[in-house]
Ligand binder design. Structure first.
Ligand SMILES: Cc1cc2nc3c(=O)[nH]c(=O)nc-3n(C[C@H](O)[C@H](O)[C@H](O)COP(=O)(O)OP(=O)(O)OC[C@H]3O[C@@H](n4cnc5c(N)ncnc54)[C@H](O)[C@@H]3O)c2cc1C
Length: 598
């Protein structure tokens, strides 16, 4: 099966830029109506027949190959100027083609917090039906149940496009019970199903996989291939979106009025001239956190200082485009062990600030709370005041409230018991550091300037959280019953980092070994405009009439669950918002219909 050749219509109702995780949801839902025409523009190719993509356990084999953008990250000044790589999928399916496939939803209070950022209508209760709508939960049989596949039946969806379930390769025997018991001996509870809106504790997680054939359920298999033959849907693969084309191009007085896009300039990757696709209704940008803000900049929307540096004429000044980048830092602790396990261990543990800081919690809470003005000042300064200290402070206060007053988990640990070794991988879920991504040139294929500011100077809480996590995971590896199989912790051993070491002793090691967690978000944040938002609660770019962003870049805060479950739900809800707008405003053809976001 291959992607049908596009019909090159003279115009489309909607154009979706980026055929990735979120973009394909929107394209599917909008093209449900056969009278509506939809185009998708995707730089990558189909990966339907790529064996390494379809085998979810092989996910790491794809990193650095032609299906990975593998963006170079700017040297990280707080961590020895290390140069790191951002893996992001370059394929019809986007990053869902190369990810680890873990399916875990967000924590209820953190979705509810979106409303405190001016996002009326977004809450756990309004998003939940869309988690359900997207999902096709595959009920595990007795064999998988014996390996720990437990779930809460009432919260799952059974008729959606996205297959979710446990693999037959899940590690066998009672290993999950050993891991569970070990966490319980450390006071961490068992959580039967982490997708209920409460993540705290240990669980055996499901994956985005079609368990009938043991293949990855990526966005294309779920949302595109079943509808690939729709006459009203054209998918342009191997085609780069270069910039938006504005209806009123040529007008310079853009501060006063609301912009309308009527098309996009695209270029075939394999040679050939750039050409334009026209949109009658809307353009939906779904290029991912590291590209959506860059396309806006290349189209004249962004910080005038950055745009003029690249000789891009400013269509709309919006200082915060590309700011607010948030990601987590991933580290690991390794032990040699007398074990002979094989199979995939889907073991995840979410820990709260109370679990991590124990008797120091009160002191840590008051330290962080009183440090927030200083954190906000450091973040505003690194953004060259594109972000204001006051608005950042507001956001960080909400984040601290989630961590300390709502017990939203702060740490995630994966446990990998295998043959001869047991290791843990862990990340601080809610870092306070903020970075940015901006255009590096007007060439849409060039690597953007990506700076996540990992372990940012002036923000000590990120190091404190990561340290508490590695100390906890070291303890886990030495606690019975699992710890009885461990010979020694080998990386780092106690000479490199002593037992129960503090931040100062851990930090040089952590900074030298961490990697990005590949969960970048926030660069086109959905927030009130006065708080520094880029898109409105309807996901429309402020100051435009018909340009939306739907992908991980709109998430205003990190979420605890793995991103795709929530991105599918957000894209499902976004699709309804788009349909509703045009249902309420007639056909919307031509310009001037609908709400503007200003
Ligand atoms: C290695 C790795 C492991 C991960 N593991 C998990 C996991 O286990 N569970 C989980 O839930 N999440 C995981 N994630 C995160 C998750 O997969 C992503 O956050 C999510 O898929 C992002 O979706 P998106 O819609 O924002 O963007 P994407 O899915 O990345 O889609 C963006 C699309 O735009 C295309 N594009 C970019 N620029 C252009 C252009 N100029 N013109 C045309 N097309 C363009 C890209 O090729 C891509 O197809 C992982 C991520 C990585 C990298």
């Amino acid at each position: 099966q291959s992607v049908p050749t596009p019909k090159y219509r003279s115009s489309y109702d909607y154009i979706v830029l980026g055929g990735g995780t979120s973009g394909l949801v929107v394209a599917n839902r909008l093209s449900e109506d056969p009278t509506i025409s939809v185009a998708v523009v995707e730089a990558g190719d189909s990966v339907l027949h790529n064996y390494n993509v379809s085998q979810i356990a092989n996910w790491f084999v794809n990193l650095g190959t032609s299906v990975d953008w593998a963006y170079a990250i700017q040297p990280q000044t707080a961590t020895f100027n290390r140069t790191l790589t951002y893996d992001q999928g370059k394929a019809l399916a986007g990053t869902s083609a190369i990810n680890g496939g873990t399916y875990v939803r967000a924590d209820r209070p953190q979705i509810d917090a979106w409303e405190h950022l001016g996002n009326t209508g977004w809450s756990w209760d309004s998003l939940s039906p869309y988690y359900v709508k997207s999902e096709h939960f595959q009920v595990p049989g007795p064999e998988l149940a014996a390996k720990g596949a437990e779930y809460e039946a009432s919260i799952h969806g059974y008729n959606g496009p996205l297959r979710v379930g446990w693999s037959n390769y899940t590690i066998g025997g009672d290993v999950h019970e050993l891991v569970n018991q070990t966490w319980q001996n450390l006071g961490i509870p068992y959580n039967q199903d982490q997708s209920t809106g409460n993540l705290h504790g240990f669980s055996v997680f499901p994956s985005t996989a079609d368990t009938r054939f043991e293949v990855r359920a990526d966005a294309a298999r779920s949302y595109y291939w079943p509808i690939a033959e729709r006459e009203n849907l054209d998918v342009y693969v191997n085609t780069v979106a270069e910039k938006l084309v504005w209806a009123d191009d040529g007008g310079d007085d853009c501060e006063r009025h609301v912009l309308t896009a009527n098309g996009v300039q695209v270029r075939p990757v394999r040679g050939g001239e750039a050409f334009q696709l026209k949109a009658d209704r809307e353009i939906i940008i779904s290029l991912g956190t590291l590209k959506s803000p860059v396309l806006l900049e290349q189209s004249g929307i962004g910080n005038p200082a950055i745009l003029s540096h690249h000789n891009v004429s400013v269509k709309l000044p919006l200082l915060t485009v590309g700011e607010n980048l948030q990601d987590q830092t991933l580290t690991q602790v390794v032990a040699s062990a007398r074990t002979n396990y094989s199979g995939y261990p889907p073991f995840v543990t979410y820990t709260t600030a109370a679990d991590l800081f124990g008797k120091n919690l009160t002191a840590v809470t008051s330290h962080v709370t009183s440090s927030i003005p200083a954190y906000a000042s450091a973040i505003a300064a690194q953004s060259n005041n594109a972000l204001s200290q006051e608005t950042v402070e507001h956001q960080l206060n909400i984040q601290a409230d989630l961590i300390f007053n709502h017990s939203t988990p702060l740490g995630e640990s994966l446990a990998f018991p295998s043959a001869g070794a047991i290791f843990t991988v862990e990340w601080n879920l809610l870092p306070f550091s903020r970075g940015s991504v901006h255009m590096s040139s007007t060439n849409a294929s060039s690597t953007p300037l990506i700076n996540p500011n990992f372990f940012m100077e002036g923000i000590d809480f990120d190091a404190m959280s990561q340290t508490a996590l590695v100390n906890l995971d070291r303890k886990f590896l030495q606690t019975p019953p699992l710890g009885l199989f461990v010979d020694a912790i080998t990386a780092p051993n106690s000479t490199t980092v002593p037992e129960d070491a503090g931040v100062e002793e851990w930090l040089p090691y952590l900074k030298s070994i961490y990697s990005p967690n590949s969960h970048p978000i926030g660069t086109c944040a959905m927030m009130a405009r006065e708080l520094g938002g880029v898109v409105s609660p309807e996901l429309v770019v402020y100051g435009t009439k018909n340009v939306r962003v739907v992908d991980a870049s709109v998430l205003p805060f990190q979420i605890d669950g793995h991103l795709t479950s929530t991105l599918y739900a957000v894209a499902e809800r976004a699709s309804d918002l788009i349909k509703d707008r045009h249902r309420h405003h007639g056909d919307g053809h031509g310009h001037g219909h609908g709400h503007e976001a200003s």
